[in-house]
Design a protein around this ligand. Structure first.
Ligand SMILES: [Zn+2]
Length: 221
């Protein structure tokens, strides 16, 4: 009997049909809305159990919320590996939705691969670029793990009169573009002087960027 069970597990882990999908985009691009609708459709029409997660660090909201008021109840976790505490055995009809994945530590890239091997479908949302325009956290790894083409959502540039894609997050500190030498993660609303706006490449300003990136290169980071 135990031999039979282990053969079944091996079969599942080798030929598992579960997929990892990644949706990236700036703020106001409809990324969370996309995740919520994805979960809604899976639950309503696919009769699938849906589990929503987001990082504890994101103190703006405890749930996943779209800008037009849709809400999905989410579990907040500190580390990617904490997913394992909630998701053990997949019944074959389960979808895991993870928002703001750029805030997770490296264990997120292992956790999603284990989930996939166990049969969970995983949809990951996050910001691909930080306020400097650099790859954000482990999003590049997660994008490489995607089984489907990366879905990229864009808002419109927030500069008056510009209609280009808002592909870059601009960080303002007291109304001015923030220095590249500032910390990578500063949550909007954590201090009233920090604000994020989507802008196009042309309107993306990052003072001290060359200093920052040169220091990073020379430090071998
Ligand atoms: Zn613009």
């Amino acid at each position: 009997m135990s031999f039979f069970v282990s053969k079944i597990v091996a079969f599942n882990e080798t030929f598992n049909p579960a997929t990892i999908e990644v949706v990236v985009g700036t703020m106001y691009s409809g990324k969370s809305k996309e995740l919520i609708e994805r979960g809604y459709r899976a639950e309503k029409f696919g009769h699938t159990s849906v589990h929503y997660f987001k990082p504890e660090i994101d103190t703006r909201d405890r749930d996943i919320k779209s800008r037009d008021g849709q809400i999905a109840k989410a579990t907040s976790i500190n580390h990617g590996k904490d997913l394992m505490k909630y998701l053990d055995r997949c019944n074959g009809q389960e979808l895991v939705i993870i928002d703001e994945a750029q805030f997770f530590d490296k264990s997120i890239i292992y956790a999603v691969q284990i989930l996939k091997a166990r049969g969970y479908n995983v949809v990951i949302g996050g910001l691909d670029k930080d306020f400097r325009g650099e790859p954000f956290g482990y999003m590049p790894h997660l994008m490489a793990l995607s089984d489907t083409p990366i879905k990229t959502k864009y808002s419109v540039c927030s500069v008056d009169g510009c209609v280009e894609n808002g592909s870059h997050p601009l960080r303002l500190r007291n109304g001015e573009a923030d220095s590249a030498l500032s910390p990578t993660v500063l949550i909007e609303g954590s201090s009233d002087e920090i604000e994020y706006r989507p802008v196009c490449k042309k309107h993306h300003e990052v003072p001290d960027f060359v200093d920052y990136i040169t220091k990073k290169m020379n430090n071998g980071e």
